[in-house]
Design a protein around this ligand. Structure first.
Ligand code: ZN
Length: 257
């Protein structure tokens, strides 16, 4: 059976002026003779939908506990299943209660980190604060002092790690949990791995420098000799608001001055 693709003759409109090969239409005239659907049909619908929806929001009110990227993914899948199926709540009371205790405990220490962030804000520094907790006690505190000390390494986490190491008389901070209001940067994530801190709890993710799962995950890099547990999102809104309020004021004062 003959192929159903027409071999010609091509419609007259398909041949352009001066086309050296009369059997082939020029691209322009072919377009006119065989018009394609509007360009809009070829755009990625996903991209357009995403653009219309604005910046991506992570809809996860509870903090996430995970030891690696795969656990994080599984947690998100389970979270989505639980939030879309009311029956799944049955039988989950024990886990729910444990998470509630953890969350309250995390919030308690995160409030201490927020208090540190406010100290930074009071002296015109970007409001980021951190505390290090060992056996139910704060052994290190720090807030951002980059501007006042003219030191690019004077981040809240680094200052808290130094204080905790002095308190423990050891560089190794095993058994410690670090609470910080903003996701640690690559330098601080490196210091956290070096100090062997067990768990890092952070509030807001940092899309510009976050190296605990946002831009990369240095705390759970398989090739390093130490990995941390990460808890994300404890008092996220409060800490994010602290930062956005600071930068809003800064912009307004620059406009005014
Ligand atoms: Zn940092």
């Amino acid at each position: 059976m003959e192929s159903e693709i027409p071999r010609g003759p091509w419609p007259a409109a398909a041949f352009g002026k001066g086309n050296s090969s009369p059997n082939l239409p020029s691209p322009q005239s072919a377009k006119a003779a065989f018009p394609l659907p509007p360009a809009g049909n070829f755009r990625s619908k996903g991209k357009r939908r995403a653009a219309a929806a604005g910046p991506r929001q992570i809809a996860n009110p509870a903090p996430l506990h995970y030891n690696n990227t795969r656990q994080r993914l599984i947690h998100k899948i389970i979270h989505n299943m639980l939030t879309t199926n009311a029956c799944s709540v049955d039988g989950g009371n024990e886990t729910g209660a444990k998470r509630m205790i953890d969350h309250t405990e995390h919030e308690r220490w995160m409030r201490e980190a927020i208090a540190e962030a406010r100290k930074a804000q009071d002296i015109g520094e970007v409001p980021i604060g951190a505390v290090i907790v060992h056996e139910g006690e704060i052994i290190g505190r720090g807030h951002n002092l980059r501007e006042s000390s003219l030191d690019p390494t004077a981040h809240a986490e680094i200052i808290a790690i130094r204080e905790a190491s002095r308190a423990k008389s050891a560089w190794r901070l095993s058994g410690c949990t670090l609470y910080v209001t903003l996701e640690p940067c690559p330098m601080c994530a490196g210091a956290i791995v070096q100090s062997r801190i067990d768990t890092v709890v952070f509030a807001a993710a940092d899309p510009k420098a976050g190296c605990c799962g946002t831009l990369m995950n240095l705390l759970q890099e398989e090739r390093f000799n130490h990995r941390c547990e990460i808890v994300e999102g404890v008092l996220r809104e409060e800490c994010a608001e602290l930062l956005s309020h600071f930068f809003r004021n800064l912009r307004n004062s620059k406009k005014g001055g």
